[in-house]
Every structure is written in C-alpha cells, then in structure tokens.
Design a protein around this ligand. Structure first.
Ligand SMILES: [Zn+2]
Length: 255
C-alpha cells in the first residue's frame, strides 16, 4: 500500500548511476529512509533529484526494518529558495538540518517538531536577516522542549524553586535540563566546563521564547542576550547528541 507524507531530506547519497538513497525527516514516520530509483534520470518521478532542506509531498512503499522504503513519487511543496541565495540563511538551514539528522529516529513520529522545522526554514528563506538569529533561537528552545530535553525555564529543573524574576541570574545546566538554583547547582552533576550563569535578561528571553509556538518577527532583542541564551542551548544540544554540532563552527556568521 502506498503511503504519503510531507518530508524534508536530511541526507542524500547517490546510488548506482541514476538513483539516490534519501534519508528524510518526515511528518508521519519520523526518519524515513528510502531509495529513489532513477532520481538522476532526465525524466523522473521526483521533480529532479532530491535536495536537502526542501519540503516534499512524498508517496512511498514502506518496507519492514531493516530495509529501505521505495520512494514512488515526490512533489516539491516549498523549495525555500532564499536559503540557497544567502550565506547566512544557508548556514542556519544547514545547522537545523544537522540537528534533525541527529535526533530523527524511525517510527518516531514528532509532527510538532516537523511543523516547527518547516516553519523555521520558511523564516530562514524569507524573513529579514536581522530576525534570523531570533528564529534560530526559537527553534532551538522549542525543539529541545518538544523532545523532552528542556525542563525548567523559569524555575529550578531539580527542586522546582521559582526563578525570582527581575535581574536575578540563574545557572543553566544542560545535564539537569534547564535552569537550576544555587543550592541544586552545588549538588548537581555539571557538564564539562560547569553550569553557565545566565543573567536575568537571558532567563526572561529563554522563558518568553519557550512560551511562543510561533513567534512574531522581531529584531528588537539585544545580540548579547541572544548569544548568551544560544550558548546555553548549544550545551543542551551537545548533551543530547553527545557531540557538538559540526555547523557550530560557522555560527560567528549569524550571531
Ligand atoms: Zn533547585
């Protein structure tokens, strides 16, 4: 039986003379790995060979695990062309795709994460350059939330003590899953380099963004705050993936 899903390729490898093996982050299946026979032939059923960071409407025949599904047809829903015309947009999209590659698993359906990724790539393609770091930060926070790796953002992730607000700083501990109070920070396991001290403005930003399923375009946030929160989230990504994202070496070009 043919199935259908929206899907974003996260790895494409050429196979034989004309085919591709494509790993996709799909809305209905989680990680979907399939063979696209004849994808490089002039006439094919996929509107050309598959490319990374494009959203397709894909029809496929599912195979048991282990085994590749057969990709039958695909239609481009959005090619996110802006990503391909600007270095900063390209870097951000590549980082997002690398993250999806790290967390997607077969039969692990996470439609909310899919929708978040698709919406963020739409912003990366077309929103103003000033607002892109803001959308990246939002993706990082919401993705960690949706996967269950980010706990407290306004209270201690260990004991639940509320963050007192204002300018009071807090500790961010990626192993504990978010903010920790002073007392718990002394007792908790800490990641290499220790917990990060996040100033009150950073805690506020983390909390605000975590509560917005779809943030409005904004360029009014100070770069310093964005950087501080991003540094915390990078620690969380490294904890989740058990290695740093390779694309982080290019982050200077967008932060
Ligand atoms: Zn605590």
């Amino acid at each position: 039986m043919k199935l259908r899903t929206l899907a974003i390729p996260i790895r494409c490898v050429d196979y034989s003379n004309t085919s591709q093996i494509v790993s996709m982050f799909s809305r209905e299946e989680g990680l979907l790995e399939g063979i696209a026979k004849g994808a490089h032939r002039p006439k094919n059923s996929f509107q050309g060979p598959f490319d990374l960071a494009v959203v397709y409407d894909v029809s496929y025949l599912k195979r048991g695990t282990p085994g590749l599904s057969i990709l039958a047809e695909a239609e481009v829903v959005d090619g996110w062309r802006g990503i391909r015309t600007c270095w900063m947009r390209h870097i951000l999209a590549s980082q997002l795709v690398e993250f999806l590659r790290g967390v997607s698993l077969p039969a692990d359906r996470t439609p909310k994460l899919f929708d978040l990724a698709a919406r963020t790539l739409t912003h990366f393609s077309g929103a103003s350059l000033d607002s892109l770091p803001w959308y990246m930060l939002h993706f990082e926070i919401r993705a960690l939330h949706l996967l269950g790796f980010l706990g407290g953002v306004d209270s201690c992730a260990v004991c639940g003590l509320p963050w007192p607000g204002g300018r009071r700083s807090a500790y961010y501990n990626s192993l504990a899953g978010g903010l920790v109070c002073r007392g718990c920070n002394h007792e908790a396991d800490t990641p290499p380099g220790g917990a990060i001290t996040l100033p009150g403005s950073g805690v506020r930003l983390l909390k605000d963004l975590s509560e917005m399923p779809a943030p409005p375009e904004s360029n009014g946030v100070e770069k310093k705050n964005l950087r501080q929160v991003h540094t915390c989230l990078v620690h969380s990504f490294t904890t989740v993936l058990e290695r740093p994202l390779k694309m982080l070496r290019y982050q200077a070009s967008w932060l």
